[in-house]
Design a protein around this ligand. Structure first.
Ligand code: MN
Length: 227
């Protein structure tokens, strides 16, 4: 072990349904992966090349609370399927990609939309809009050995009981094996990497006091209070 000169930070992790925790190494997020969401964000829904950004592993949070972040007055919810990898590599073929998946979870890609919009306009990176403290509320991870590899099923998000986002995993443009394969051409994927697979349409703002209830069929629900 290295002789650390300051105490080593804790390993970020996601709780596992049934016990234990999944250690997180990297967090890749895909943009515009449901056609209806691409359209609502002002883009062509045709299958363009996928693009990715990252959140920080320690932006993930399973406390059930989302503290409204500073420097934004337009923080949006995005419900997403999380894919967690137990192994990785480079140039992974699409037909071998699912062999690397450990499990799946429900998460939120919370976004400072005003800051992201400003960054887009100026051709700047998205971190300030996407990779802030506790910007990735996440529910328990379900092992693929129990839930299989979902390719269809309802995805929804409610705010204070009102339905805001709905879609189906069968509407995902770049499928889970394709995302893994594509990422592995550009990065060396490893155990502990997770992928947030994009959000269906209906994204919108939250305010302090809101209660967010996200659900993906077969993976249970995630409730988060905005504080
Ligand atoms: Mn997203």
């Amino acid at each position: 072990m290295a002789d650390f000169v300051i105490p080593a930070p804790p390993v970020p992790s996601i709780p596992v349904s049934g016990g234990g925790a999944f250690p997180v190494r990297r967090v890749y997020c895909i943009g515009r992966n449901y056609a209806a969401h691409a359209v609502e964000m002002g883009h062509d829904p045709d299958r363009e090349s996928p693009f990715f950004f990252q959140k920080n592993p320690n932006n993930l949070d399973s406390s059930g609370e989302f503290p409204y972040p500073p420097h934004s007055s337009d923080v949006h919810h995005e419900v997403e399927l999380v894919v967690a990898l137990k192994s990785g590599g480079t140039n992974i073929p699409v037909d071998k990609a699912l062999d690397h998946v450990w499990g799946y979870a429900v998460a939120l890609d919370m976004t400072r939309r005003d800051l992201q919009g400003e960054a887009k306009k100026q051709g700047r990176p998205w971190e300030i809009g996407k990779a802030f403290e506790r910007s990735g509320p996440v529910g328990p991870l379900h092992p693929a050995t129990k839930v299989g590899h979902p390719t269809a099923g309802r995805v929804e998000l409610k705010v204070n009981g009102a339905l805001k986002q709905e879609g189906d995993m069968n509407q995902i443009i770049w499928k889970v094996p394709e995302m893994i394969s594509y990422l592995s051409e550009y990065f060396e994927l490893q155990a502990g990497d997770i992928i947030m697979s994009g959000t269906p349409s209906g994204v919108g703002p939250v305010v302090k006091g809101d209660k967010i209830d996200a659900m993906i069929e077969g993976l249970g629900s995630l409730s988060v209070k905005v504080v």
